[in-house]
Design a protein around this ligand. Structure first.
Ligand SMILES: Cc1cc2nc3c(=O)[nH]c(=O)nc-3n(C[C@H](O)[C@H](O)[C@H](O)COP(=O)(O)O)c2cc1C
Length: 214
């Protein structure tokens, strides 16, 4: 598999099988992702992986929060407003999902709340003293991890809904106070029977986002 094949093979998966991930595959993915560049080789990613009963505790904690209609933690960053360009791209998401998934798109909210029935979540933390550059490094690390997963036949989704309530993970995973949660990436085998996984999100024309000067 070459890089372009991996890039084209990665899509966000929203329904996973319960099949656990083989340890050697997970290790291969983590070894590959560790090659990600970072400012002064600071390697700011602090990776906590929840599987099995530990993940069940986190899922239950989140379901309780949803049942209480709890607000997402103020720790979770949100833009005060989306840019016009971002809004233009976002408005295609729903119609494209309906086109590809039909009625199965109706499971979107429930599957998000159920953490996509994933058997594993990779939570990426960074030290609170670090700057936005470290978040840049963590974004790159996330993509490395997701591409390495494609090579291993595994599927992923990075999702804000996996990190709405960081206090739940902090308690279950005994996360030190100096770390803040940046993103969660669900990883596992895709449930190919579930049509929500048919969704291939579009991309705008390159002219919308790339400006080349000669
Ligand atoms: C930081 C980030 C947060 C995301 N949060 C969610 C989420 O909470 N729920 C969800 O279903 N998808 C989420 N996604 C997935 C995006 O919707 C998806 O990446 C985008 O539509 C492009 O589709 P693709 O990943 O299949 O190429 C998130 C993606 C990123 C990078």
């Amino acid at each position: 598999m070459n890089v372009t094949e991996a890039l084209n093979g990665r899509h966000s998966t929203r329904a996973f099988l319960s099949t656990p991930i083989e340890k050697e595959k997970l290790n291969a993915i983590l070894e590959a992702a560790a090659r990600t560049p970072s400012w002064a080789n600071s390697q700011p990613w602090e990776v906590f992986i929840a599987t099995g009963e530990t993940l069940e505790k986190i899922k239950k904690g989140y379901l309780d929060k949803y049942a209480q209609k709890a607000q997402a933690s103020p720790e979770v960053p949100r833009p005060a407003e989306w840019s016009e360009a971002a809004k233009k791209h976002q408005q295609q998401l729903r119609p494209d999902m309906l086109r590809d998934c039909g009625d199965a798109a109706g499971q979107f909210g429930k599957l998000n709340q159920a953490m996509f029935n994933t058997p594993a979540v990779v939570y990426i933390y960074m030290d609170k003293v670090l700057s936005e550059w470290s978040l840049y490094d963590i974004g790159a690390y996330s993509q490395s991890l997701m591409l390495a997963a494609v090579e291993q036949g595994l599927s992923t989704i990075p999702a804000i809904t996996l990190v709405h309530y960081p206090e739940v993970q902090r308690e279950v995973l005994k996360v030190p106070d100096n770390l803040k949660l940046t993103i969660g990436i669900a990883i596992g085998y895709a449930d190919k029977e579930n049509k929500i996984n048919n969704f291939i999100s579009g991309r705008g024309s390159l002219d919308d986002t790339v400006h080349i000067y000669e």
